[in-house]
Design a protein around this ligand. Structure first.
Ligand code: UD1
Ligand code: UDP
Length: 362
């Protein structure tokens, strides 16, 4: 009984960590394939070190490129591995190009596919992630949905078979690591930060970075807000900040602390101790909610609607004045907290379900 896991991007290393641990416990053999989508030390290796994930069995080294190039190269190279390994099932996570390539390579070889974080929708097909999710869901045999909303989305698209409401594996990851982070992280000291006296920001969505007007507006809001903003910069964003001449502007401002991407443990500590979080990341929106930190989302829609419904997250898009208003004024609307992301045992449920299904097959 053998599973091939295909991962390649930062959030996938975090999502796979608790699931791999549980797969081991139920005696499933896991072969890990890393597409190479993310490769910088801070986007890649640091997560394997901190989260105790075993080194990938295959590193495909695809690297960066256009969507077609990247997904196509991954498809070719994952296929080669699958032909060699002949697994019972391929496991993919989230909505990146690595997710789609892994699922597509498998289904073409008649290998079953399981999708963790199935059923998320932004209903915006211009987002590459939305296309990846929809296609992956429609070729998956097992769909592990983190929320009831995700289950409903799948049902609305006619996907009824193989859908399981498991809860969110990112919640599992956070619960497992938060005490470890509290004990080991020195990031507040290193950066000279005081608890609840700074805002944490991350920006990396293509629609915010590859668009000069949007990125200028976001950075303009950060600077004009006058608040201390700690900003771990994704390599995509650094590239565009440089090419739009915004790095100089940031350096001249006195309130933005631009840092390299940080490891997961430092990130949890930066999140937990921030006064507010500003982000366009899916994972960071959820972590803000799990840690009960108010979140300002630099998008017009979110897949994680529960965080908004509960009043902890506000969608402001990229309008400068709206962002500045939210930085100063946004407060969660009360004490609502509906715990809609499971009980922190999603990974356990997934491993047990897979073991059951795989036993049935063999
Ligand atoms: C990808 C995912 C996105 C996810 C994000 C997590 C897709 C379509 N997008 O976006 O859903 O939210 O990962 O972080 O799969 N780069 C480096 N070093 C690296 C990685 C990237 O310099 O280690 C730079 C390259 O210039 C590259 C750019 O960042 O072209 C974008 O990387 P890519 O993996 O294509 O997309 P992300 O923006 O990271
Ligand atoms: N993250 C991290 N270091 C950083 C920024 C993010 O460890 O400098 C973690 C974050 O805590 C979350 C995950 O990366 O667990 C989110 O990934 P990202 O924002 O890259 O992608 P998304 O979730 O939007 O797909």
């Amino acid at each position: 009984m053998k599973i091939v896991t295909v991962v390649g991007a930062r959030p996938q290393f975090i999502k796979m960590a608790p699931v791999s641990r549980e797969l081991k416990k139920v005696g499933i053999e896991e072969v890990v394939v890393h597409t190479g989508q993310h490769y910088d030390y801070e986007m890649n290796q640091i997560f394997f070190e901190q989260l105790n994930i075993s080194e990938p069995d295959y590193y495909l080294g695809v690297g960066s490129g256009s969507h077609g190039y990247q997904t196509g190269e991954m498809l070719k190279r994952v296929e080669e591995v699958l032909k060699k390994e002949n697994p019972d099932l391929v496991l993919v996570y989230g909505d990146t190009n690595s997710t789609l390539a892994g699922a597509l390579a498998a289904v073409k070889l008649h290998i079953k596919v399981a999708h963790v974080e199935a059923g998320l929708r932004s209903f915006d097909k211009k987002m590459p992630e939305e296309v990846n999710r929809v296609l992956t869901d429609h070729i998956s045999d097992y769909l592990f949905a983190p929320t009831e909303t995700a289950v409903k989305n799948l049902h609305n698209e006619g996907i009824m078979q193989g859908v399981y409401l498991t809860g969110d594996v990112m919640y599992d990851a956070l619960l497992y690591n938060i005490d470890i982070a509290r004990k080991n992280s020195r990031i507040l000291k290193e950066l000279g930060l005081n608890r609840k006296e700074y805002i944490l920001a991350t920006v990396h969505r293509a629609e915010n970075t590859n668009n000069r007007k949007n990125l200028e507006s976001i950075i303009g809001a950060f600077i004009e807000s006058g608040e201390l903003i700690v900003f771990p910069v994704h390599p995509r964003t650094r590239k565009y900040l440089k090419s739009y001449g915004l790095i100089e502007k940031i350096k001249k401002s006195e309130n933005i602390l631009l840092i390299r991407p940080v490891g997961y443990l430092d990130m949890l500590i930066l999140e937990e101790n921030s006064n507010k979080i500003i982000t366009d990341s899916g994972g960071v929106q959820k972590e803000a909610y799990f840690l009960k930190v108010p979140c300002i989302t630099l998008r017009e829609r979110t897949e994680w609607v529960e965080t908004v419904e509960d009043g902890w997250n506000i969608l402001v898009g990229t309008d400068k004045e709206r962002i500045i208003w939210a930085i100063h004024e946004f407060k969660p609307s009360g004490d609502t907290y509906s715990y809609k992301f499971g009980e922190g045992n999603a990974s356990k449920k997934i491993a047990k379900l897979l073991r059951g299904e795989l036993y049935e097959q063999s």
